[in-house]
Design a protein around this ligand. Structure first.
Ligand SMILES: Nc1ncnc2c1ncn2[C@@H]1O[C@H](COP(=O)(O)OP(=O)(O)O)[C@@H](O)[C@H]1O
Ligand SMILES: [Mg+2]
Length: 309
């Protein structure tokens, strides 16, 4: 009897802004999973400024996503390389000429489908900065959608922008099925005549007029469960910010989200990066590594209480 392969679980780390720790977070999650004996592939989707190999202390691998995108390689698994970590593979995004925004619809769709063929049970996507449609589509294709944010106002602003853009992108990709193009089109205009000022208003508006369509919309939105991770935390007030972001998401967007956890600001992070050594190897018993292990366990167990902070 042939062995039935279960589909893999994809985790994506987004957040809108550059320099907030997405690459550090995605590489550390991958190493934590590998250490827990879960086979994982880390994928660098920050095309244009791919640098994830540096977090792993690796040279640029010979093959990268561009070999798959260009069609030189058919099977995405062929461009994945072994790492020094048992159970962990890596797909590099490195190619100076390739930018994520330039990826055409066909290439993007082929890549999103191919991510599901990766032969490790877990796949982690490191996304680039910004809210281009392609980045949002990779984010939305993931099973676990993580938003990285730091306590700086600019980062928080960008995180909200990223969440809002993901929300409307999700509606756009479903509008044909739901048949609500006109309402969505209006809702996206911040000064629309319908009085819809937030995604939660939109849901109310649709439900009042057409309860069945409202239920469909609500189902769609429930797929957008987000996990908030606060990075570079220095004070207790910083820690609390995660709770406010969570409640804004629920009230304003009407979407489910949890505060998965926070990561301390620690000079050891950038110092390890300078040495091109993953933090998990440099400081395996540090509190940051403990914070990551807890978050990893929570993400692995969908029934666990999600509020860990
Ligand atoms: N918790 C942290 N404490 C200290 N420095 C951090 C922390 N997280 C990230 N950094 C540093 O911030 C910089 C940007 O991180 P990076 O992961 O490359 O961000 P992004 O992928 O979002 O652009 C790096 O120099 C990294 O070492
Ligand atoms: Mg990065």
């Amino acid at each position: 009897m042939s062995k039935i392969q279960r589909p893999n679980r994809i985790w994506a780390i987004g957040g809108g802004k550059g320099g907030i720790g997405k690459s550090f977070i995605s590489s550390t999650f991958a190493i934590c999973l590998a250490r827990m004996a879960k086979e994982v592939t880390l994928v660098d989707l920050d095309l244009g400024s791919a640098n994830l190999h540096t977090y792993l202390g690796m040279k640029e691998p010979k093959l990268s996503l561009s070999d798959f995108i260009s069609g030189r390689v058919d099977d995405l698994n062929q461009v994945s390389t072994a790492t020094e970590f048992q159970n962990m593979r890596f797909i590099s995004g490195f190619n100076d000429a390739l930018n994520i925004a330039d990826l055409g619809v066909q290439h993007k769709t082929r890549l999103i489908q191919a991510l599901r063929t990766i032969r490790t049970p877990y796949v982690i996507l490191d996304l680039g900065a910004g809210t281009t449609e392609n980045t949002l589509d990779f984010f939305l294709s993931a099973d676990e959608k993580l938003i990285a944010v730091t306590p700086e106002p600019t980062s928080i602003e960008n995180a909200y922008r990223f969440i809002k853009s993901s929300y409307y992108r999700k509606l756009r990709t479903a509008e044909v099925q739901l048949g609500m193009q006109d309402v969505f089109e209006n809702a996206m205009d911040a000064r629309n005549q319908l009085g819809i000022r937030s995604p939660a208003d939109l849901l109310r508006y649709v439900t009042e007029r057409d309860p069945a369509a409202g239920a469909d919309l609500s189902n769609l939105i429930s797929e957008l469960h987000l996990h908030i991770i606060l990075n570079q935390v220095r004070t207790r007030a910083d820690v609390e910010l995660g709770h406010s972001i969570k409640s804004v998401c629920q009230k304003y967007f009407g979407i489910e989200c949890d505060y998965l956890g926070y990561i301390d600001h620690d000079n050891a992070v950038w110092q390890a990066l300078r040495k091109r050594r993953p933090l998990v190897l440099e400081h395996p018993y540090s509190s940051i590594v403990g914070q990551f292990l807890n978050m990893t366990k929570n993400l692995l167990n969908p029934h666990s209480v999600r509020a860990v902070v």
